[in-house]
Ligand binder design. Structure first.
Ligand code: ADP
Ligand code: MG
Length: 573
């Protein structure tokens, strides 16, 4: 039994072994087949990698070559850079040399042009005359009021800007001056006319610009202007600053200003610590013949701001001095004295030019009736100094050896700026309205006189006698006809010549004989004294604001104890 069971078990075991054997063989076959597939894939991958390797090799070779090339270049770069720098440096050096030499050439040409410009300028000024007279008519203002008295009495020639027509007491009178500005003219238009004079101050010339005319005619407006629309003073300084700046590479300039006034023949320093102190004009004790004003303060200015500070200081000084500043300013001469000192950096040459900007006292004539006491004294002083100024200008124009500078403080102070090569411009201000025509007529006659008489070389003495004598200065009948060369007509044999081209057209005679005091000469004032007319106009305030202004600011006076008024005779540069 056991045996049969054993055999059955054995048989079962054999069957199981058989089946296991078969399972094993199947598994082996499957694994083999899988391994074969995987092997194939690996082979294929390997083949791909081999192919890639084959293509990467040349790229690697190229990279290696490139790298080596770059390495070589980097090693050689400093050398290359050095060489490049060297050649660039050489090129720059050469270019600089070329620019330098062309600069030298330009500088030479510039200097030559500068000389030429100066020569032309001088020639122009010489042709125009060293003394020029222009007129400016202010517009009709609210202060002129309304009605027939405020109607316009002044007309202009559309074709000739040197002619002005005035309708005086129903009769037309015409005048010819160097230039006439109508009420439409702007501050810039007027400044353009005086610009050349101002620049000549940098070249060492002395210049005087006067505003002449009756009170309210626009003197202060022209000289001072308003803060929004400044006049000659402010514009002149601005121009000087910019011109000096332009020449800064070759020249070193210093600009100084003094502000003074002459009231009742007393000269006062409005920038000084003691503005009420009377200043004297003295001759230098060194025998040089130069004048100096001991105690006149001179401030160095570098900008328009500085100027404004100086003005403010002067204004403060003046307002504390006088209760009615407007009235006072119309009865005193206001002077702004600008001195430009230059040193040529390359040659050491020095020049000094002085620009005197003068707002004169009102020129209105005063009748004998209304003037007494201090007003009479004021009027006498104004008359005296304006007459003296007229006499001096007349004597200068006639080129006479003796010029009566000492007859007034104003002419004495300005002596070295009025004589020699100095240049003078008189701006005659007139009011356009009917009620002022007498004063307008007077001012224009004064203007034409200043301008029109010129003496020939042979007969200066004869002319001087008639001009310097007060008695002979009463307006002659010939002057009623406003021919610019009235004197020339009245004394043709004395060698007087009219200004070249002064009679451009036949002017209409006024036919109006002049009354007492309506005189053409400078010496007429003392005969006719009256109270100044009308209240001061609002414009006076501007006058005082700019001319007499001072404040104790950071500005330092460059010479407190004394200022030497140096005279520049002839060009120095
Ligand atoms: P003056 O100094 O001769 O007494 P102002 O300069 O004070 O006269 O002028 C008198 C008035 O006329 C002022 O109100 C001023 O502003 C005005 N005025 C003068 N001239 C002009 C002008 N060209 N344009 C505008 N207003 C002017
Ligand atoms: Mg004034």
């Amino acid at each position: 039994m056991y045996e049969s069971e054993l055999e059955r078990a054995h048989g079962q075991m054999l069957e199981e072994m058989q089946s296991l054997e078969e399972d094993k063989n199947r598994a082996v076959e499957e694994a083999f087949a899988r391994a074969q597939v995987e092997m194939k894939a690996v082979h294929e991958n390997l083949a791909g990698v081999r192919t890639n390797l084959l293509t990467l090799q040349p790229a690697l070779r190229t990279l290696t070559n490139d790298y080596n090339g770059l390495k070589r270049q980097v090693r050689g770069f400093p050398l290359l850079l050095q060489e490049a720098l060297k050649s660039v440096k050489a090129e720059i050096g050469q270019a600089i040399e070329e620019v330098n030499s062309s600069n030298q050439e330009l500088l030479r040409k510039y200097r030559r042009e500068l000389q030429l410009r100066k020569k032309c300028h001088n020639e122009l000024v010489r042709l125009k005359g060293n003394i020029r007279v222009i007129a400016r008519v202010r517009p009709v203002t609210k202060e002129d009021g309304e009605g027939p008295e405020a109607t316009n009495a002044v007309t202009f020639d559309p074709d000739d800007d040197s002619i002005i027509h005035l309708l005086h007491k129903g009769k037309p009178v015409s005048f010819e001056l160097d230039k006439v500005f109508s009420p439409r003219a702007s501050q810039q238009d007027v400044f353009q006319e005086v610009q050349a004079l101002i620049t000549s101050c940098i070249d060492g010339f002395n210049v005087c610009i006067f505003a002449y005319g009756q009170t309210g005619a626009g003197k202060t407006y022209t000289m001072e202007g308003t803060p929004e629309n400044p006049g000659i003073n402010q514009r002149a300084l601005q121009l000087l600053f910019s011109e000096v700046q332009e020449k800064a590479s070759d020249w070193e300039y210093t600009i100084t200003v003094s502000v003074a006034e002459i009231y009742n023949e007393v000269l006062r320093d409005l920038l000084g610590q003691e503005p009420q102190e009377k200043l004297e004009i003295r001759l230098c004790p060194d025998g040089s013949g130069q004048l100096y004003v001991p105690g006149l303060t001179e401030f160095q200015v570098q900008s328009v701001d500085d100027i404004n500070k100086v003005f403010e200081f002067g204004h403060t000084n003046r307002t504390t001095e006088f209760t009615n500043l407007n009235e006072h300013s119309s009865r005193s001469h206001a002077l702004l004295i600008v001195t430009v000192r230059g040193v040529d950096c390359s040659t050491g040459l020095r020049t000094t030019g002085k620009l005197n900007l003068v707002d004169l006292a009102g020129s209105e004539r005063v009748g004998k009736s209304g003037a007494e006491g201090s007003r009479l004294r004021e009027a006498q002083h104004i008359n005296k100094s304006l007459s003296a100024l007229g006499d001096v200008i007349a004597a200068l124009r006639s080129r006479h050896g003796h010029v009566p500078f000492r007859n007034s403080k104003l002419t004495y102070l300005l002596q070295d700026s009025l004589s020699g090569d100095s240049k003078t411009l008189m701006v005659v201000q007139v009011s356009p309205v009917e009620k002022n025509t007498s004063e307008t007529l007077y001012s224009l006659k004064f203007a034409e006189r200043v301008r029109s008489v010129e003496l020939g070389p042979g007969s200066r003495r004869a002319e001087l006698v008639s001009w310097s004598s007060q008695e002979h200065l009463e307006w002659e009948p010939a002057c009623q006809t406003p021919q610019p060369s009235a004197r020339a007509h009245s004394a043709p044999s004395s060698g007087i010549t009219s200004r070249p081209g002064s009679i451009r057209r036949r002017l209409q005679p006024s036919g109006e004989p002049l009354g007492n005091g309506q005189v053409g000469g400078w010496g007429s004032f003392p005969h006719t004294l009256v109270t100044a007319t009308g209240p001061p106009s609002p414009g006076w305030a501007f006058f005082s604001l700019s001319f007499f202004i001072v404040s104790k600011t950071s500005l330092e006076p460059v010479s407190q104890p004394s200022l030497v008024l140096r005279s520049i005779r002839g060009r120095q540069c």
